[in-house]
Design a protein around this ligand. Structure first.
Ligand SMILES: [Zn+2]
Length: 401
């Protein structure tokens, strides 16, 4: 309580151990508190917590690639195509939807079959459905609110001892009673393990051996603390991964709206606590003031020495390529003039980028080399030798170079 320094906290300490508390309830309660705070002309601040709770609160739940509405049954003739030979699939798709056909490799039977199936079931061109879905996805920000995010960051070398110290402090200030209280409820609830509900929280099941020994063993208590520390460290690691890989990336996509919906994440460096007032407090206040005044934020997202922690341009490019309408423009087949696939047909790459990679690949260079040798060699009329490499598809790693 003394940590809260008189700031009103909402949606906290209001749930009994016996209550089931889930994401839906949290989202509902948090939303009510947010609406109430906004109505009073104030700015709600959301702190810490479990990251998937936060995700659910901040972002619209968009299920991309969701189900397609069937409007007609598949005819026998269509079924015959779907179940027929794989090399008939691409020509069949090409006939009904030449745009989407260019997106798939002729040997990517699974995707071709799925696209044809969509067409047969809906009568709509898969490329149009894809486009509608992408447009919807691109036109709307994923964020529910105009949000500003802070990541109070610490290097792991200092974070670990800090987390350990926090556990020690909790254990010294009444956590033991809380654990005993939970254990009573646990016993009454008839729960047989800690795999569900509140029993999963960090700081209960670690102490079960101690509780079950009748609190007799001081060693069991100390071991419980060690287990709790180790689980806290793992959790912190997982959180960092989530911020970097999911939250950071999702937010960075807001760049396409020039951040008019907010969503920029700012790193505050709390590694050196003696610099807290400048690196965390002052910088945080400066950023927040500009955000609240709705003026452009002049501070960089990360101090120079932490820039590498934000998702890089290159990483974002790998995530968004093929997932935007830009990607749709890339749908085009490219044939290599000299390489053949395992059927003896000209090798096909989907998209200019894949083609470019192929032209640089070891495979292509080796075909070229063999052809040149044959041209100069004693058997000028010999057919070019086929390579046995697999075809390139969407999912293949093409970094052969
Ligand atoms: Zn080639």
């Amino acid at each position: 309580m003394e940590e809260r320094q008189g700031v009103t906290h909402h949606v906290m300490d209001h749930v009994d151990w016996t209550d089931t508390y889930d994401m839906q309830r949290f989202a509902r309660e948090a939303q009510t508190a947010i609406d109430d705070i906004l109505r009073r002309g104030k700015v709600p601040i959301i702190i810490g917590g479990t990251h998937y709770y936060l995700q659910n609160l901040l972002f619209h739940n968009k299920t991309v690639g969701a189900e397609v509405k069937r409007t007609r049954p598949i005819t026998e003739a269509e079924r015959a195509i779907l179940d027929g030979p794989g090399d008939q699939l691409w020509p069949a798709l090409q006939q009904v939807d030449p745009v989407i056909a260019e997106k798939f490799h002729p040997q990517d039977h699974r995707k071709l079959r799925r696209a044809l199936e969509i067409y047969y079931e809906t009568g709509a061109a898969p490329s149009q459905l894809y486009r509608d879905q992408k447009l919807e996805e691109l036109e709307q920000s994923s964020l529910k609110f105009n949000s500003l995010l802070f990541w109070v960051y610490s290097d792991r070398e200092v974070l670990v001892p800090r987390l350990d110290a926090r556990v020690d402090k909790m254990m010294a200030s009444g956590a033991r009673d809380e654990i005993r209280e939970m254990y009573q409820v646990y016993q009454q609830s008839g729960a047989s393990d800690c795999t569900s509900g509140v029993w999963q929280v960090i700081g209960f099941k670690e102490f079960l051996p101690w509780l079950e020994s009748g609190e007799a063993s001081g060693d069991a208590w100390a071991e419980g603390i060690e287990r709790m520390k180790s689980r806290t460290r793992q959790y912190a690691k997982y959180q960092v991964k989530w911020i970097k890989r999911l939250l950071g990336v999702e937010l960075q996509k807001e760049a396409r709206f020039n951040w008019v919906n907010g969503g920029k994440m700012y790193l505050l460096d709390a590694t050196d606590l003696s610099q807290w007032s400048t690196r965390v407090r002052d910088r945080g206040v400066a950023i927040a003031s500009e955000f609240i005044a709705r003026s452009p934020i002049t501070e960089p997202q990360a101090p120079p020495h932490l820039e590498h922690i934000l998702p890089s341009e290159e990483y974002l490019a790998t995530i968004t390529s093929g997932k935007t309408l830009e990607g749709a423009r890339q749908w085009k087949h490219f044939q290599c003039d000299i390489c053949k696939d395992s059927h003896g047909n000209p090798l096909v790459s989907v998209g200019e980028e894949q083609h470019r990679l192929h032209m640089k690949s070891r495979r292509h260079r080796s075909t070229k080399h063999k052809l040149e040798k044959q041209r100069l060699g004693q058997r000028p009329y010999a057919a070019p030798k086929r390579t046995n490499s697999k075809l390139l598809t969407d999912d293949d790693d093409v970094n052969e170079t």
